[in-house]
Design a protein around this ligand. Sequence first.
Ligand code: FAD
Length: 497
Amino acid sequence: MLLHACYYKAGLKELGQVVRGIFVHGCRVTVFSIYVHVPCLYGNRNKWDIRSMETFLEPPRQVRIVADADICVVGGSCTGLFAAIRAARLGARVILIEQRGAFGGVATISLVNVWHSRMDETFERQIFAGLSIETMERLKKRDAVRCREGSPDWEWAFNPFELQIELDEMVRENRIQVMLHTMVVAPCMQDGAVYGVFIENKNGRGLVRAKCFIDATGDGDLCSRIGLETYHNEHPQPPTTCALYEGWQRDNFDIGALMRKHGEEFNLPRGFQWGAPLPGCHTFMLAGTRVTGVDCSSADELTIAEMEGRRQVRATMDLVRKYRPDVPLKLVGLPARLGIRETRHVRALHQLTGQEVLSGVRFPDAIANGSYRVDIHHQERAGLTFQYLSGRQLYIEPGAPAREDRWRPVTEVNPTFYQIPYRCLVPPGIPNLLMAGRMIDADQAAHGAIRVMVNMNQTGEAAGVAAVLALESGIPVDRVDTVKLRAKLAEGGSVML
Ligand SMILES: Cc1cc2nc3c(=O)[nH]c(=O)nc-3n(C[C@H](O)[C@H](O)[C@H](O)COP(=O)(O)OP(=O)(O)OC[C@H]3O[C@@H](n4cnc5c(N)ncnc54)[C@H](O)[C@@H]3O)c2cc1C
């Protein structure tokens, strides 16, 4: 109908060539065959002035099927890669598609080199294991990770470049088919299920076919393009451009104080600065910028955010050059992508709430355990708020003493960890689609806690195992037996509580 209308509008009469292909419209896929003399679409400008059109019907084309797998994981952060590894270790043929040139997501391409504690909030009980620990153990052999125990801030600070290479090794060892520099651009749906994903890369457009799909794109690109219900929390956490510096002086150099004093002169927002050294070298990762009021799931706003983040990095350098010329600070590394904390979430069978997290609700279908506090980087004001399972609350405003109070009255017994149920990874209505990572269904407070990588990694591992179980039993993902899922996860090295 659309095609017909368009050709009619264009006044095209010379149709003389057969074009066959797949036409995707919303969730529908139609295999078509039409007659069209394609060059005349472009050649006959006086009949059809494309400059006056608001939308343009892309000429149909043949799309090559470039890969076939049991499970296709979209997005190659540790979340996506760990999904792929767990599925591959259970014998599935897995393909992993990543838009950038390396695996690891925020941990590598955005330089965020810190993972949080494996222990509960009281540091008495180990609450997760699996591939997060396996990966850190591998990095230890290369002196590429610094470990410390008993801190709510971080347990591991690693070298993100060593991690990139380690993840390549893990891909090879687990025989996962991978595509780097490849973007998933659209779903291909058939009979209400995902039949394949259209990709774009240096070879052009192609279709990757699989029996089950895992959206690990952070932004929920695949789910959103399928047309599933998505939402943004009211104050999504702002993105930050991290950067690597040399000549960092640990003593007598307080970048936070400097920025508070002179930041306005350099148009630097009053945010929150933190950082971590790269182990074994003199390079320091500073997360010292904050871009507010942008939605990084919008291409236009992501562009603005990237440039604004880099401007703030330069402004930080200029500020140091002007007010602390004695500090030999050098900018030595920028991220391939700014660090994105939160964009869209996808509606699932269950929305995890801050209340469930903070009261440590135990779920029969729990697939992940976490103890990282609710940590909200404010979009609308400076600083951040920490809320602990013990009932403590801390508001940290740069330059002011931390304000401590309670979000709930003192109780005799406190939960020491929280859980993420499998249902938060299952979007309703699509039998062969799961999600893992920061887009899972969670309200603002819940997201503020579960978003850290050791938690997201566990959602990846669970999605990978659940996809295999669904395929083995020939059932939709929402009917996976979660007792079996938890048992399989435990068998593969996860801690199930
Ligand atoms: C500045 C900052 C500091 C943080 N600090 C910490 C911290 O100290 N410790 C911690 O644990 N967590 C921290 N977090 C949170 C944590 O890093 C993120 O919540 C987590 O990494 C999200 O993981 P993810 O896999 O969902 O998304 P991502 O890591 O963003 O991964 C998504 C992947 O999918 C790929 N992708 C996206 N779209 C497509 C597509 N269409 N086709 C193909 N590939 C695609 C991306 O390139 C990327 O590799 C921080 C976050 C930020 C931004």
